[in-house]
Design a protein around this ligand. Structure first.
Ligand SMILES: [Zn+2]
Length: 467
């Protein structure tokens, strides 16, 4: 045969979802970790073949919003949580690094080494900026470690991370903007004073439910903070990336700003799209900002469809029940939840229940974040020359979520006990089959991805539909 031995792997007979192009029947030929052929029928045998008949073939999912090392060491979670990721179809992650006081120059080599040696997925870094020293070092983080995105907390989180005041935020935005048009200022948008007041009110309540937790972080605090961040980003000339939008009020501010022509990016997460504040798992799904009522879900889904929300991530912060302490209730249980292993199934399940086209769901979880963070078309699409990161999905496969099946370090999932429809049956990472039929079958081959400076603005305008 003409093509014998030409490919390391061929994925045959699948319905291939190519963001921006459509869904097409095609075979995908892979050599040396890259996609080298895409054709309606690739002849000849290959070293290895996956028959994807009746299945969808998606670009590997890029979750731009994760936290690693909050429970175990960074090194351990670099392995355990990316194992859950790859099993769930996520092949690249963005990691919000945390060093509250010290220079990241002390920590970046170890963070990078862990992702090169232990991770199942590729990764980019977004250091979280808390101090003036860290702001002063942003150009070095960019030059020495290929970092183009940085995160600021407006409100902080009581007892966990400090808040950043408006003057520091503005200085940080100006420093990020000076790196170039492609640099990104990610912001956790909540106004601290409103949260402090709301929490004080809530302290009067001894007992409470997850629904009460929603009022510790009022939607208005999110909406107001987005306005402030947009204004500061505008005068600094920085590209603002609003992380984890959670509320209808926040979305209204986003829409108004888009109508004025402001260019910025907005993300939401699969927990906010799928889990409501009356969830029977109670404080196991406590997070910041909180999961909210179904009315907010409706708004966020509208935002995803119309394009005022550009990307979908997870805000994965893995914990175990023993330290999450759901029994400690409203004030004592800790925020943060593992969401990498359920990211794609939750997106497919809740999105398709609402009739959102598959191609649009895939765009928001692959091409859009890859473009924003400067790793497209290496990631985020299926094209000749792109990395061979693929996820093969059975849209009809239903599974009840159980933490032990997800292969992370957590002994619970925020979706625990829920039946989700649409699961990966195989994940290909850098041309190798790493997960198959719910089991890990390959080794960690992930790499940290340094990003080169570029003068191109993040290309997200194409994502917008009528607002
Ligand atoms: Zn986060």
């Amino acid at each position: 045969m003409a093509n014998a031995g030409r490919f390391d792997l061929v994925v045959r007979n699948g319905a291939v979802v190519i963001p921006g192009v459509g869904i097409t029947a095609a075979d995908i030929g892979i050599s040396a970790g890259r996609i080298t052929a895409l054709s309606d029928e690739l002849g000849g045998p290959a070293e290895e073949t996956i028959d994807a008949r009746g299945k969808m073939v998606l670009p590997g999912i890029f979750d731009p919003h994760t936290h690693i090392g909050n429970e175990l060491s960074y090194e351990e979670e670099a392995e355990t949580e990316t194992r859950a990721a790859v099993l769930g179809g996520v092949t690249t992650i963005g990691i919000f690094l945390r060093s509250l006081e010290e220079s990241y120059l002390l920590h970046l080599p170890a963070f990078r080494k862990a992702m090169d040696e232990r991770s199942y997925v590729d990764s980019v870094f977004h250091p979280q900026i808390f101090t003036e020293q860290q702001i002063a070092e942003i150009p070095r983080y960019a030059a020495e470690f290929g970092i183009r995105s940085f995160k600021f907390y407006m409100s902080g989180m009581p007892g966990i991370v400090k808040s950043v005041t408006d003057d520091v935020l503005l200085h940080g935005f100006r420093t990020v903007a000076a790196l170039g048009a492609d640099a990104i200022a990610c912001v956790h948008c909540e106004t601290g004073a409103l949260i402090d007041q709301a929490r004080k009110e809530l302290q009067k309540k001894k007992e409470g439910t997850l629904a009460d937790w929603e009022f510790a972080h009022p939607a208005d605090a999110e909406a107001l903070a987005i306005q402030t961040a947009l204004y500061l980003a505008k005068i600094a000339g920085a590209h603002l990336y609003v992380v984890h939008l959670s509320s209808r009020q926040g979305l209204e501010v986003v829409r108004a700003a888009r109508r004025q022509g402001l260019q910025f990016t907005v993300e939401t997460t699969t927990p906010y799209l799928g889990i409501a504040s009356d969830d029977p798992n109670g404080f196991l799904v406590k997070m910041v900002p909180p999961v909210r009522t179904k009315d907010h879900h409706d708004a966020l889904w509208q935002g995803v469809v119309e394009g005022s929300i550009n990307t979908v991530g997870t805000d994965n912060t893995s914990r175990v029940r023993a330290t999450k302490k759901p029994e400690a209730g409203l004030h004592g249980s800790r925020p943060g939840l593992p969401a990498l292993g359920t990211h794609l199934p939750a997106l497919l399940h809740y999105g398709r229940l609402r009739g959102v086209p598959l191609e649009l769901l895939v765009e928001r979880a692959t091409r859009a974040p890859a473009k924003v963070y400067g790793i497209y078309p290496q990631k985020g699409t299926i094209a000749v020359g792109s990395d061979a990161d693929l996820v093969i999905v059975d849209l009809d496969l239903e599974k009840v979520v159980r933490a032990e099946d997800l292969m992370g370090m957590s002994d619970f999932s925020p979706f625990e006990g829920k039946k989700l429809r649409g699961w990966p049956v195989a994940t290909v990472k850098a041309g190798q089959i790493v997960a198959r039929d719910g089991k890990i079958v390959g080794k960690p081959t992930g790499r940290y991805l340094p990003r080169a400076a570029s003068n191109r603005k993040p290309d997200i305008e194409w994502l917008r539909r009528a607002i």
